[in-house]
Design a protein around this ligand. Sequence first.
Ligand SMILES: [Fe+2]
Length: 246
Amino acid sequence: MLYGVFSDIHSNCEALERVLEFFKSAGAQAYLCCGDLVGYGPNPNECLEILRNLPRLSIVCGNHDLAAAGRMDPGWFNAYAREAISWTRQELSPESLRYLSSLRPRLDGPEWTLAHGTPRKPADEYFLSTLQYKQSLGLVKTWPLFVGHSHMPLCFKSAPDGEAEMSMLEEGQEVRLARRGAAAVFNPGSVGQPRDHDPRACCALYDSSAGSFRVVRLSYDVAAVQAKIRRAGLPEFLAQRLELGR
Ligand SMILES: [Fe+2]
């Protein structure tokens, strides 16, 4: 099965449409989404409508989705994120709110596991260390594990000597599992707000038969999204960071 894997859309409709268009042209048969559908960006309802109507999508929610749906206190969010969450709450349609309320932050599938953060704390713990990888080995039944939240394309896996290794993934770089169902953690980066100094939308293709994961970068109309952020009265920093990829 060829999966389109993506995460952290953050209400960026232009980037989402570009990524889904790419998945279609690449022949993706199903989709995996690691959460943070809304927050920061100007089109929460439009993005949620696209996702609600995407067939064969397996999806989890992230901390921004939980906060926007009133299921998590955004008190610990930074000021920009808090402001965007209160704006998003006012914007959400009843259908959008219902959809966000129906999602869980972890999903155990037939040949993969999805979590927004870590399997231990799927809603809001960043997966950033080989220690977390080792701790996850006993907490996940079906591998690989796909995560989001850090907005960076990453891979964690066991090296031939048994040690855990972590790597940042470059555009086009393909990582192969040691064998079908072998432990590995993949982060497809962020569709709508990359933070690895590359402003292009980030996503990945996972081929479960070959056990391969490949990161893809796609240009989209950043200026159009920035104009919408400014028109909506969202913080200027949220517009600026999109062109910097941070
Ligand atoms: Fe996020």
